[in-house]
Design a protein around this ligand. Sequence first.
Ligand SMILES: Cc1cc2nc3c(=O)[nH]c(=O)nc-3n(C[C@H](O)[C@H](O)[C@H](O)COP(=O)(O)O)c2cc1C
Length: 183
Amino acid sequence: MERLTLLALSGSLRKHSYNRAAIEALQALSPDHVEIVVAEIKDLPLFNPELEGSHIAPLETLKSQLVKASGLIIASPEYAHGISGPMKNALDWLVSGVEFPGKPIMLINTSPRASHAFESLKEVLTTMSGVLVESACVSIPLLSSGLDKDGILANREIADALRGGLVDFVDQVRKIEVKEGRA
Ligand SMILES: Cc1cc2nc3c(=O)[nH]c(=O)nc-3n(C[C@H](O)[C@H](O)[C@H](O)COP(=O)(O)O)c2cc1C
């Protein structure tokens, strides 16, 4: 089967982040023909439209990773009912580029009670012309679970939810690529 590359972003900068752990678990669950590359957003400067077009190494890396990816996976926490600052900052840097529009997106919500940021993220991503694959979006109860990557993989219910979301996402991404003549 043809190889597929997906790019994953965590909206948390915490070392022991549940969102990062969910992405790492998803990497471990992905089939051989699917590669999930994790992008770093922590080194991006604060967004300033006046700096667009200047040489910003972390942004150039992020954009080139995005171009090579067939789809985007985002796992991001809610802070004060909003999207995490690092995630919104990263997305703001991508608003006026050509790399983001049309990109299929899978969302992972690691706290089902955190609906404000999840809904807000959907609004932002669709405003940026991302293609939200709703059927592949997953809510998993990681908050306060104490689970790390290995704990997630050992939890049958949560691992199955992640695997199911990924299988659906890969399927939808392939269909979009065929429809758009890219496969
Ligand atoms: C300053 C702050 C504000 C938060 N606000 C909310 C909130 O409004 N709603 C919510 O569900 N969780 C909230 N949380 C909990 C975080 O979303 C939760 O700790 C999450 O696991 C952080 O993601 P991470 O584990 O990937 O770092 C807040 C946490 C912090 C530190």
